[in-house]
Design a protein around this ligand. Sequence first.
Ligand code: WT7
Length: 650
Amino acid sequence: MPFQINSFEQYLSEYQKSIDQPENFWSGIAEHFTWKKKWDKVLEWNFKEPSVKWFQGGKLNITENCLDRHLMEKANDPAIIWEPNDPKEKNRILSYKELHGEVCRFVQVLKNNSVKKGDRICIYMPMVPELAVAVLACARMGAIHSVIFGGYSAQSIADRIEDASCSLVLTADGGNRGGKDILLKDTIDEALQKTGHVKKVIVLKRLGNKVNMVDGRDVWWHDEIKKVESQGLKDTTAEAMDAEDILFILYTSGSTGKPKGVVHTVAGYMIYTTYSFVNVFQYKPGQIYFCTADIGWITGHSYTVYGPLCAGATTLMFEGIPSWPDPGRFWDIVDKYKVNILYTAPTAIRSLMGFGTDPIKNKDLSSLRVLGTVGEPINEEAWHWYDEHIGKHKCPIVDTWWQTETGGIMISNLAGISKGKPSYATLPLPGVIPLLVDENGHPVPGSDAAKDGVFHKGASGPTVSGNLCIRFPWPSIIRTTYGDHERCRVNYFATYPGMYFTGDGALRDAEGNYRITGRVDDVLNVSGHRIGTAEVENAINMHPEVVESAVVGYPHDIKGQGIYAFVTLGKEGQEKGVKKESVVSEVVRVIGVIARPDKIQFVTGLPKTRSGKIMRRILRKIAEGEMENLGDISTLVDPAVVEEIKKGKV
Ligand code: WT7
């Protein structure tokens, strides 16, 4: 594959080139893509506004890179292998040619439904091939997709539709997840009662359950395809997009109550996801690559759809969950398709570990070459289990650190090229300059990959720690938060001027390996999904009997972090008694199942300072089971509440 790094020496030299001459470095990579018109300027940037522009003047379409350019040599190669939730249902395999055809047809469906370039399209669909088709069709005609994970509630969908003023929704009657049916269309109907933007809903038939079709608003996917078939395919040329046109919006949680619409643009995102895919996983033509992430998350965008398809890979898309119908599901899939590369999350590994090695027995995993993890720090126990029982000590494990905002993998070993180290994401990819800063914003000596050297073989010395920042733009850096550029500036570029702040803490060992220690802001990482504590508090506070709440994380064996909510009730609520389950339901109603609190504790008051600030530090310690050493509590208005909270711990 072009631009694939083949040795550690080459990694070091490419890294050096990427920091000495970033523009030459990235334009050299960009040459390997299909452009309708070459760029005039490689990079223009400042982190003050912030403003980052890659490949200005260039015109292209990402789907020409994902599809059309493979039609000469790979037309009949599998692009997407789809494995359904229920192993008894038939799988589907779409060749590049077939996928190209489906995407072109769906572009015409969108156009028939008055979608124009630049329109925002909300996608709320199950993990079926049509979801990938929908995403690619938007990209092909220049509509901006906003995919929402199937676990979000009607309220969350409505908020996201409002924020981006989406004019059209793509959904399905329902979806399968393990033993459950998820009634997606019903949720969309409820969401659309809360917002007036949406003019059209296109509904895919997946479950065959009865759904309510609103006259003039809702149409069936298959009817629309039939229309296209009778019209005949008109123009199948992909729209010429500017390099910096928006490709998609993807919402993620921050430390405030309102989710942010992270914006990625066409050219930089395409180049970085493809480059990182090829290098981190060391993908070789013909290999079967299986990323278990749902397309509703950034991992699914970058490494189920765009990166692999741009690289001409075969990407396996799985509709189900790891534990259904039994906890051998992943291993059956690896065996069935002779998967070569498996990319999953630590939480999935930990939950499968719990079932022991029986589910692996009699499964042929010998096709595996590379294993990957993403989403949260992987604990050493899970790392070793993955290495021993799945990789049989023969597969490098890439621990890939990145974020929705970074678009692609930033810090990771490259499979078989650079060394892994359990619980370390290790070294930055070319083009990425991490450094750690202390709480005063001063760079920590020895922590800057470019200034202090990216790698020091065998070095012994202190491990340094700090807040993880990146001090130079890479092609897939977040461009803005949709509709609110100031929020983007304040969130990511204002804490440490001149740097992108990740929100994560990290260590760096003497060799130069980075180890991510977790969020340093009020954001939880539950099963690899980001959830803002403020968001959960807002939801809890909507419960009519609740006065106030404080949400913190605590260590959870499988999820990584669990959600612990301290809740105070009003007089009426205290008198009549409120069920914990009703508080949990409120969160599920407002945000969705993914934010379901694990523990609720009713308290008569929260520990507050005289200025009214909740001392979360204390609550965090109690939730973690740390009852002593709570630190100085003398500044609290009412130190007695601490005793009460300790006694009532759940
Ligand atoms: C946050 C980003 C990137 C796709 C999945 C999550 C944590 C992610 C790792 C890793 C330690 C990790 C960080 C980061 N995280 N990967 N390999 N080691 N922590 O995307 O929802 O945007 O969350 O996930 O805390 O900031 P996301």
